[in-house]
Design a protein around this ligand. Structure first.
Ligand code: PEP
Ligand code: MG
Length: 894
């Protein structure tokens, strides 16, 4: 096994493909070296080594030492410098880098190789003693904190003391002598704490640094980040040992981060931040607010031109937007990193579509590049345009850099811990920090939005928030944050912890108070890409909608019909005339409380016009598209009050005794209502409910048809057990429907089918299909009944089952992503058997899984006709359905 991969002077052992082994950074450095870009030489120790080290009680594999020493010798030859040399020393950086980007979550040590001798060598070759000792004190500080674990604050206190003694406030004002003195103090502190001298031997330094980087893979912040980002299955981090180049040797030097396209909008412009006379960490940490990349054009025209060529080359090479780090050392450009750039959802669409139009990628690739999260986040809220401009300007308190678009409303909190605590109580918070650091990631994750006083678009806060599509404003420099006092002040306005603020990540405005948000209109690139998706996919996409409003919203999202209309939702609320909601509720409650079929019918007669009107609204909204309407499903106790006061009120309203109400509620009580008197079982015992609902559906359909609105009703029976049960209900349905159709003398087509929600129904699907014209898999219940997991209560322990650090029994929550192995087997069986009986059997899914990308892909593979998703998940299903086609094509090719 090879543990170390060298790169330098146009040659590299590794390639850009070897991300898993070399990490993203290592693979990028190797690839950039290969294609002739200016990369400082170095070597990468593989992620497999990290895995070995962590699994073997922090021991390295035997062969590693030899390989590292050989690489060091090679590096020394190539650079004509030697580690620890007192004339012209080689210095290296030791950096982490895993296969998935984890910005700032692991450790880095710079300027390694400095000691009492080589610091003089560095001073000589640079002719700058101050610079040499500045580098040295940075190294001693990093080594002490990162490798040894000494508290950063203690070292920083010593830095402050030295500055105070020198009477200066800024680091740049500290003299060579000052830095020398600080190094002395750091070392004394080191000895006091560790009972050992600070290591002088560069080799010892190197092994310390390598171990520290490996160990940072299991550091708390890295583990948290992997948890929230759901990063699993990686071996560990690689270690990159690279010749140091300095961006802080003077005004001819600098360091920056740039993107080949704008990561917020996706526009094809060169975009980035740059700091003169600074080290790379200064840009990412967001401590100083950088200048725009374009200013480099004036300051260093040659370097800028060269960088533009690098941009072009890298984008062509990788065929995707790149995020690059570079350093200029006295006029010479060095590329330190390239990786696929994180981007806002809008940018993701624009870049994919533009690159396909430019011929850089194929349409299929463009489709593959969009993730379900991109779509979800595209519809993140913006400020309601109806809010008056005068109101906005009145409330505006600050302005920052618009790092990640979208808007957010929340209560201001000033530490990440508080953000987590408040959020755990169900509060919406905005995390306000001077700058964020990797330790803040938990608080950043739960916050609605993030606001920092410093930093640019590539600061830690911006990068992390962008990855999540979370509203983020950085560099709001007017804001003075006093975290200890839990407040911030800006232009005389004070915001205390818990007070509402609103962020507009679109333009970087910060407002006091709560401002209404709305979902935005999607960009043009979205429409284009979704059209491409529709062209590619084979499977239909419908929606779950219970109201005309939802139906209309879903059509806008591209729904091609309704796959599930839960009629019982209409019993609770009148969406078009809210004032009539009480009347509906009363009618349904009367129906439930009725103790004979005659009074039950009377109550149902009151409900009939409501339901009919709802169906007319839905049919109109769907305008000729198929609409699957499910008959009443939940157990009746869900519709009646359980507390005595409400029962008394109900009794009064419908003119019976409170005791009678209580008795009936008691009768309806079930120990296991989810397995109880619900679904088709209700219609078996109370056929008049079915009759009323079928009447409402068919009369509404006829009404529409008479008004030249095409309708395709599909009547669906829930929770079917077998053919016998289904047949009784199917016949009852047809009896009512056909009589009405016959009387009205119109020609109306309709289907009668069933949900498959019980294993028994799935197993006996061949028989059910003799009667049913369609199947719709109710995978919420089918998951519940197959796995024996209560969909209402399993949340108490499921997180442990899903957590990859804990029990890791499931990869995903089975109520969110279909359990393809178990529940999926029943689905396959049911489709196969059902279609044996009825080859044209229409099959769909209407559980929550219909809006989950992975589950949609499964539905495609098993040959369903359509999936049905809630309105805002319809585009996710459309895209996933197209991706499923592309994936199967690829598989077949293999
Ligand atoms: C299901 O069980 O998957 C389903 C769609 O029905 P409901 O969620 O209404 O039980
Ligand atoms: Mg169900």
């Amino acid at each position: 096994m090879k543990y170390v991969y060298f790169f330098g002077e146009g040659k590299a052992d590794g390639t850009g493909e070897m991300k898993d082994l070399l990490g993203g950074k290592g693979a990028g450095l190797a690839e950039m070296t290969r294609i002739g870009l200016p990369v400082p030489a170095g070597f990468t120790i593989t992620t497999e080594t990290c895995d070995y080290y962590l699994k073997h009680g922090k021991k390295y594999p035997k062969k590693l030492k030899g390989e590292v020493l050989k690489s060091i010798t090679r590096l020394e030859k190539l650079t004509r410098k030697k580690l620890g040399n007192d004339q012209d020393p080689l210095l290296v950086s030791v950096r982490s880098g895993s296969a998935r980007s984890m910005p700032g979550m692991m450790e880095t040590i710079l300027n390694l190789g400095l000691n009492e001798k080589s610091v003089d060598g560095l001073a000589k070759t640079t002719g700058n003693e101050r610079f040499a000792y500045d580098a040295y004190r940075r190294f001693v500080q990093m080594y002490s904190t990162v490798v040894i674990g000494l508290p950063k604050e203690d070292l920083e206190a010593r830095l402050r003391r030295v500055k105070k003694k020198l009477g200066v406030t800024d680091d740049t004002q500290v003299t060579a002598q000052g830095w020398k003195q600080l190094v002395g103090e750091y070392k004394a502190y080191f000895k006091e704490k560790t009972q050992a001298e600070f290591p002088e031997d560069p080799e010892e330094q190197l092994w310390g640094a390598i171990g520290a980087v490996f160990e940072s893979w299991m550091g708390e912040k890295a583990v948290t980040y992997r948890r929230v980002e759901k990063i699993t299955g990686l071996l560990g981090t690689a270690v990159n040992v690279v010749q140091m180049v300095f961006g802080n040797t003077g005004e001819e030097s600098g360091t920056g981060v740039c993107f080949t396209r704008d990561p917020s909008t996706g526009e094809r412009t060169f975009f980035g931040d740059f700091l003169l006379n600074a080290q790379g960490e200064d840009v990412v940490a967001g401590i100083r607010t950088p200048m725009h990349l374009i200013e480099l054009k004036d300051r260093m025209p040659k370097v800028y031109k060269q960088l533009e060529r690098v941009r072009e080359k890298l984008e062509k090479h990788y065929r995707d937007m790149q995020d690059m780090e570079f350093t200029v050392e006295t006029g010479k450009l060095y590329m330190l990193q390239t990786r696929t750039g994180k981007r806002s959802p809008a940018a993701a669409f624009r870049i994919a579509v533009d690159m396909a139009d430019e011929g850089l990628i194929k349409v299929e690739e463009a489709l593959e590049r969009i993730s379900p999260e991109d779509i979800e986040r595209l519809f993140y809220p913006v400020l309601d345009p109806k809010v008056a401009r005068s109101d906005l300007s009145h409330r505006k308190i600050a302005n920052g850099i618009n790092a990640v678009p979208g808007a957010a409303v929340g209560k201001a909190v000033f530490t990440a811990e508080e953000a987590e605590q408040w959020a755990a109580k169900g509060e919406k918070v905005i995390l306000v920090r001077r700058e964020t650091s990797p330790e803040d990631v938990g608080g950043m994750y739960v916050a609605q939005g993030i606001l920092t006083a410093t930093g640019g678009k590539t600061s830690h806060a911006a990068v992390v928030a962008r990855g999540w599509g979370k509203c983020c404003i950085v560099g709001a420099e007017q804001i003075d944050i006093v975290a200890e006092a839990k407040k911030m002040s800006v232009n005389g306005h004070v915001v205390h912890e818990g007070e509402w603020i609103t962020l507009d990540g679109g333009d970087g405005s910060v407002y006091s108070g709560q401002i209404d948000l709305v979902r935005p209109e999607p960009p043009k690139a979205y429409e284009t890409l979704m059209k491409w998706a529709d062209k590619h996919r084979k499977i239909g996409v419908r929606t779950n909608a219970d109201t005309p409003q939802d139906a209309r919203a879903a059509r806008k999202m591209g729904a091609e019909g309704i796959g599930l209309c839960r009629t019982e939702h209409m019993f609770f609320k009148d969406f078009e005339h809210p004032e009539k909601s009480a009347e509906r509720q009363q009618a349904i409650q009367e129906m439930i409380l009725a103790d004979n079929s005659e009074s039950r019918r009377k109550a149902l007669d009151k409900l009939l016009p409501f339901q009919r009107r709802d169906f007319v609204g839905i049919f109109k909204a769907m305008d000729g598209l198929p609409v699957t309407i499910r008959l009443i499903d939940p157990p009746l106790h869900e519709f009646v009050p359980h507390d005595p006061a409400k029962q008394e009120e109900l009794a009064k309203r419908i003119g019976i005794s409170p005791e009678a109400v209580a008795r009936r509620v008691e009768q309806l009580h079930e120990t296991n209502p989810m397995l109880g008197h619900r679904g088709g079982r209700l219609a078996i015992t109370y056929p008049e409910i079915l009759e009323m609902q079928v009447r409402a559906i068919i009369e509404a359909a006829i009404d529409c048809q008479n008004n030249k609105i095409k309708v395709l009703p599909e009547i669906m029976i829930p929770l079917t057990l077998d053919k016998k049960e289904f047949k009784i209900l199917e016949e009852a349905t047809r009896r009512v429907a056909n009589a009405i159709i016959f009387q009205s003398k119109v020609k109306l087509e309709y289907l009668v089918g069933t949900m498959i929600e019980l294993p028994r129904a799935a197993l006996l699907a061949d028989q059910i299909a003799q009667v049913a014209e369609f199947f719709s898999f109710g995978t919420n219940d089918l998951t519940q009944t197959t796995m024996g997991l209560s969909r209402d209560d399993a949340g108490r322990f499921l997180p442990v089952y899903v957590d990859q650090q804990k029990a890791a029994i499931f990869k995903d929550d089975p109520f969110q992503t279909l359990d393809v192995e178990g529940v999926g087997m029943l689905i396959r069986w049911a489709i196969e058997r059902g279609r044996k009986t009825r080859p044209k059997l229409k099959v769909g899914i209407c559980g929550e899984h219909g809006g989950d990308a992975e589950s949609v892909k499964f539905c495609h593979r098993v040959g369903m006709n359509y999936v049905s998703a809630s309105p805002f998940r319809v585009p996710i299903a459309r895209l996933a359905a197209a991706q499923a086609v592309i994936e199967s094509k690829k598989k077949r090719k293999k």
